[in-house]
Write a protein that binds this ligand. Structure first.
Ligand code: SF4
Length: 337
């Protein structure tokens, strides 16, 4: 809940409005997991709160640890469904990749989540729970989170109402008080929510491009039909990404599909003068998909070509592949009803 919603709760329970602020402090600064911990709230009010609300902190039901330190967590979200979040430590940083939906409607050909189909939107509480529960309290050796990326299961902008509440809670002074620079939302370019995200928040944006060849993009990403990448780029060009806010274009590289100079040139043309960086991503094979990862040489050649054209491009280090936690691999197939 946002501060305004917590103030409403206090009002409904016949408490003074400032109790809303106290609740926010307990939930987000002190990370209380029960009403009993809230010592400055009267016993009677705590009883009323416990009878009418729940805090919603749910521990992960499973943790799988990669050899590279990445940890994949499985969270129950009711109705026998589960979602995954991935903790990615990197020197002094620790990033959590959160899910925003159970499954996904976008049905990208190369993605394990897309293969699940769409099951449900997560609530803001279920998204925030992933962030507040990782790393778990009994793992003091794990660094606290420094960054959040909305790149797990689901298309975040297809659940924008809840995702924007989460961004408010993460960035507000009464919430976790994080800088928006610590948050990245990834999208296929869903409109009009992309415009809302750009207008109403200051978070970083990552757009999944994957190929600048329109016919090819349409065959691999059905969202291209409804939200053509040329329109997405036009909208993006109306915003300033040269200072605090960062725009990244995500590009998964497939062998013999989008890994040649002609495709690099199409990408250069698509980018034009737009201030952005390109993340080249290694493809991770998933069952039933006849795509192969591009070779290291191809990825280097592609990156160098973009760099020569004045575009910042990097090859993203792959993390958690051994536990099916890398990009495009998240799927709760055994129990993703
Ligand atoms: S790549 Fe992202 S948008 Fe596409 S199906 Fe997978 S989760 Fe959905």
């Amino acid at each position: 809940m946002t501060l305004a919603e917590l103030q409403d709760v206090a009002y409904r329970g016949g408490m003074p409005r400032f109790v809303g602020k106290q609740l926010a402090e307990w939930l987000y600064s002190k990370r209380a997991a029960s009403f009993d911990e809230m010592v400055n709230i009267s016993k009677k009010n705590k009883e009323w709160l416990a009878a009418n609300y729940e805090i919603g902190r749910v521990a992960p039901s499973k943790a799988s640890k990669s050899a590279d330190g990445t940890v994949k967590y499985l969270f129950p979200v009711g109705g026998g469904r589960t979602i995954e979040s991935v903790y990615i430590p990197d020197k002094e940083r620790a990033t959590i990749c959160v899910s925003s939906q159970v499954g996904c409607k976008m049905n990208c050909y190369f993605c394990a989540t897309g293969k699940m189909g769409f099951k449900a939107n997560l609530t803001a509480a279920q998204i925030i729970n992933q962030i507040l529960s990782v790393p778990p309290a009994d793992a003091p050796h794990m660094n606290p989170l420094t960054n959040v990326v909305f790149m797990g299961m689901g298309e975040p902008l297809d659940n924008f109402q809840e995702v924007s509440r989460v961004i408010e809670i993460l960035t507000a002074p009464w919430g976790l008080a994080w800088s928006p620079k610590r948050i990245t939302v990834s999208t296929v370019g869903k409109m009009p929510q992309l415009k809302d995200l750009l207008d109403k928040t200051q978070v970083h944006v990552a757009v999944s491009v994957h190929t600048a060849d329109v016919a090819q993009r349409e065959s691999m990403m059905p969202a291209q039909k409804a939200f053509p990448i040329s329109t997405v780029m036009k909208v993006l060009s109306g915003y300033d990404f040269s200072h605090q806010r960062r725009l990244s274009l995500e590009y998964i590289m497939w062998k013999g599909v989008n890994d040649d100079i002609a495709h690099a040139d199409m990408l250069v043309k698509l980018i034009g003068n737009l201030e952005c960086r390109v993340n080249l991503i290694r493809f991770h094979a998933i069952p039933g998909v006849d795509l192969q990862p591009a070779s290291d040489e191809r990825m280097l050649m592609f990156r160098n070509h973009l760099n020569q054209k004045g575009i910042t491009a990097t090859i993203r280090a792959s993390r958690g592949e051994d536990i099916d936690a890398a990009c495009g691999m998240l799927s709760t197939k055994s129990n993703g009803r």
